[in-house]
Every structure is written in structure tokens, then in C-alpha cells.
Ligand binder design. Structure first.
Ligand code: SAJ
Length: 424
């Protein structure tokens, strides 16, 4: 099938790059979002998110007139739903945005259209939730219009490259739908395109992120054991990973982001009795900020009244995304333990949080600190030289939670150096 026009619903971390890349590959694209601030900003070339290369791609698509942004869904040959699927307080999938997006499409649906759900969703969402809403149009999915699930699988920080190069999974409600999805994504995808059914594709996506969550949980658990036995976890992992069939991931302050810390709960919700390992891994990763806070407390002595320069708040290095960030939870734990935390997040200098303050610059955070905590290994933090920092802060104790710094270099400058399961 040949698709000439596309409407992408949701202008977030996935929808915005997806709309931009389709537009730069010849489709007429409408990028739709219900948030007026986002759309007003985009119209004047102001992006609300940071992703390497995205601004240039978006601006050239906008200037070429292939892309426009709107608060309304517009009729198109194909529709992509790329809205958030968060969880609620009980860790149950909140599908309200998927429902609302489907409701906004059905009045525009025409015979022959293709609808793709990209949002990470519990198994059977495409069949049991999206299809019935779209069929309110009077059209039947798989017959009158085509419907598929195609999970986004791109890594924040590398989205534009991975959108093109990663294998793309397309699960149709029938084969014709999957094939139509392949025709659409072939406009820019260079990786393999694998066709399957909708529920398998939903499950694949959840399995990928759950599997990574479990791998990080074992790394975090190993860090706690290593701490007990006075073993340097980083050295132990390096050696273990020399084994040809072992690849232990990195321990840290926990698991955040809108994906890995959320998606495994969709499986737990769907089948609690059969998802025990998944639930345990989630718990271990969720407890990691508190574990690291206790280590900092042990290293620094009493935290009450101590001024902490806290470096990094995003959920992982070199991104601006603060959703579910374990670094924020760590900062809040430290502040509950009595410390006066001043955080600096170079990718999001204007955010504000309960329990601690955010400095406008690195120098302001460091200035009169007693202790420096490295919570996120942004390049601009790991590049910092201890001799330079020494002149900017009164602190002479550092805690490196993410193995971003060289212990000896800091000790040579007279700092007391601590870290997560770190002996050298
Ligand atoms: N983390 C560790 N140790 C590690 C790796 C990661 O503690 O060794 C932490 C990170 O700091 C972060 C969290 O885990 O807090 C998740 O980071 P990530 O880089 O593993 O993954 P995300 O959330 O940025 O992107 C994931 C990817 N999924 C997989 O790699 C299986 C990506 O491909 C998905 O598209 C994305 O989730 C998504 O949108 O679902």
C-alpha cells in the first residue's frame, strides 16, 4: 500500500521524532497533541523535549511544509498512536490516553485507513480496547480498515538512529494489517521488519523491557552483596563479564524512565501469580535509591544540616527526561534524612521538586557544600577534573553512586572518596 498522509497522535519522546522522520521521508504529516503549550511551542520551533538531532530534523520538516502540528486529529491515510501509558498508584496500567486517542480517531476513519498503536500496552490492548473503539465508526478492523500494534523500541539519547536501524516489529490484527504496517514503516526503517500478530507484538515489547529490568535488578543486588563483603562490584563485574556467556549490567541508583520502571507492572497486573520474579526485580530496583542513601549516610556521617551538592536528576546520563528518576528519589531520601540538598541538572535547569532545591549552575551547587554526590553520569560531570572542583567547593568528601569518577584522582587532590560498592 502507498501511504501519502499520516496523523501522529502524541508529540512526546516517541511521537515527535516519528512524525518528523516520516515528514522528512515524503509523507504529509500532522503531529497532534492535546496540550496547547506543546503545540504552541512547536509552531514557533520551540521543542519541549531534548533529543540529539531532533530539533534540526523537526525544524527542517516544519519548513518543508510536509509537517504541521495541531491540537486536532486530521483525516489521513494512516494514524499512529504514540501517547503515554503510565501506571496509577496501584501500579495498574492507565490507558486513558490510548482510549482518548482512539476516540479521537474514529470519527475520521475511512475505509482503507491504517491505525497503528505504538504506546507500550498490556497484552490484548489492541484487540480488546483499541479495536472496539475504532469500530464505533461502523467499519470492521482487519476488513474495512487495518489495525496493528508496533512497539517503539528506541533508546532515549539515540532515538533518531535507532528509529531507522532497529528491527521493527509489526503485529497486525490480521496479516493484511501487518503488511500495511510494513509498507508504512519501510518509508524510513532500514532494519528488518518482522511481521506477527498484535498480541505477540505487545508481549514482545513488555518482555524486552522486563528482561532488562531483571538484569539491572541482579546487578543492583550484586552491588549490595559486594558492599557487605567489601568487594569492589565494578571489578567483580568486569571479571565476570570476561566469561563468554555472561553480561552483567551496571548497578546504580535504581531504574527510572517512563519505560523499564513501568512496563513490567503491566505483566504483573495481567497475571500476578505468574509474574513473581518480575515483581521482585521491580521491588529491588525501586529500593535502590534508599539503599544508596544509606551508604551516603554511612560515608558522610550524620546528614543533618550537611549541605550536599547533588549532581544529576535525570533518569539516566545525557538525557533531559526526569520521569520516574531514581536520582530524584535519592535526593528526596537524603533530604528526609536531614541533609540540605542542592541539585544541579544541566539538561533541565528550570524544574522544581519537593524536598530539595535546584541550583542554576554547577558552581552554585558546589559553592558551600560539605559533600558532593554524583547521581547521574552525564558526560559533563564525568569530565570534571578534581583539581578544578577543589577550587569551587568547600566540600572535601565525594560519593560517586554511578562509577563516573576515578577514585585515585580525587584522593590525590585530598578528597575522601566513597562510592557504591567501591574499594578502588
Ligand atoms: N540502568 C542501570 N544499569 C544499566 C542500564 C540501565 O541502572 O546497566 C538504568 C538507567 O540508568 C535508567 C534505567 O535503567 O534509569 C533504564 O535505562 P535504559 O538505558 O536501560 O533504558 P531506557 O528506559 O532508556 O529505554 C528502554 C530500552 N529498552 C531496552 O533496552 C530493552 C529501549 O530500547 C526502549 O525503547 C525503551 O526502554 C522504551 O521506550 O520502552
Amino acid at each position: 500500500m502507498d501511504f501519502k498522509s499520516l496523523c501522529v497522535i502524541g508529540m512526546g519522546y516517541i511521537g515527535l521524532p516519528t512524525a518528523s522522520i516520516f515528514a522528512s521521508n515524503g509523507l504529509r504529516v500532522t503531529g497532534m497533541d492535546i496540550n496547547a503549550d506543546i503545540i504552541d511551542g512547536l509552531k514557533v520551533g520551540k521543542l519541549h523535549i531534548f533529543e540529539p538531532g531532533l530539533k534540526d530534523l523537526f525544524l527542517s520538516a516544519l519548513e518543508s511544509d510536509c509537517l504541521n502540528v495541531s491540537r486536532e486529529v486530521t483525516p489521513a491515510d494512516a494514524f499512529i498512536i504514540a501517547v503515554p501509558t503510565p501506571f496509577d498508584e496501584d501500579k495498574r496500567a492507565d490507558l486513558r490516553a490510548v482510549v482518548a486517542a482512539s476516540e479521537s480517531i474514529f470519527p475520521h476513519l475511512q475505509p482503507g485507513n491504517l491505525v497503528i498503536l505504538e504506546s507500550t500496552s498490556p497484552p490484548r490492548t489492541t484487540l480488546d480496547i483499541v479495536a472496539p473503539i475504532l469500530e464505533k465508526s461502523g467499519l470492521t478492523s482487519g476488513e474495512d480498515f487495518l489495525l496493528a500494534y508496533s512497539p517503539e523500541r528506541v533508546l532515549p539519547g539515540m532515538i533518531l538512529q535507532e528509529l531507522v536501524d532497529n528491527p521493527r516489529v509489526i503485529g497486525g490484527v490480521n496479516q493484511a494489517s501487518a503488511k500495511a504496517g510494513r509498507d508504512l514503516y519501510r518509508k524510513f526503517v532500514k532494519g528488518d521488519i518482522i511481521l506477527t500478530d498484535a498480541t505477540t507484538a505487545e508481549m514482545v515489547k513488555l518482555m524486552e523491557n522486563t528482561s532488562r529490568d531483571i538484569s539491572i535488578a541482579i546487578a543492583n543486588e550484586f552491588s549490595r552483596l559486594a558492599q557487605q563483603f567489601d568487594v569492589d562490584i565494578w571489578e567483580a563485574i568486569r571479571i565476570a563479564n570476561l566469561h563468554p556467556r555472561i553480561e552483567i549490567l551496571r548497578p546504580g541508583v535504581g531504574v527510572g524512565g517512563h519505560c523499564i520502571s513501568v512496563d513490567p507492572w503491566f505483566l504483573v497486573e495481567a497475571a500476578p501469580n505468574d509474574a513473581r520474579l518480575i515483581q521482585m526485580a521491580r521491588t529491588i530496583n525501586d529500593e535502590q535509591p534508599e539503599f544508596v542513601a544509606k551508604l551516603i549516610h554511612e560515608a558522610a556521617g550524620v546528614l543533618a544540616q550537611k549541605k550536599i551538592a547533588f549532581l544529576g536528576l535525570s533518569f539516566k546520563p545525557n538525557v533531559d527526561d526526569l520521569r520516574e528518576s531514581p536520582a530524584i528519589k535519592l535526593a528526596q531520601h537524603l533530604s528526609r534524612m536531614g541533609a540540605a540538598v542542592t541539585a544541579y541538572e544541566p539538561f533541565k535547569e528550570d524544574a522544581s521538586f519537593e524536598g530539595f532545591t535546584q541550583a542554576a549552575s554547577l558552581d552554585a551547587a558546589l559553592f558551600d557544600a560539605d559533600l558532593v554526590v554524583l547521581a547521574v553520569a552525564h558526560d559533563q560531570f564525568t569530565d570534571l577534573q578534581p583539581e578544578k572542583i577543589k577550587s569551587k567547593t568547600s566540600a572535601r568528601v565525594v560519593f560517586d553512586a554511578v562509577r563516573g569518577w576515578d577514585k585515585t584522582a580525587w584522593e590525590d587532590e585530598g578528597f575522601q572518596f566513597f562510592g557504591l560498592a567501591r574499594t578502588h
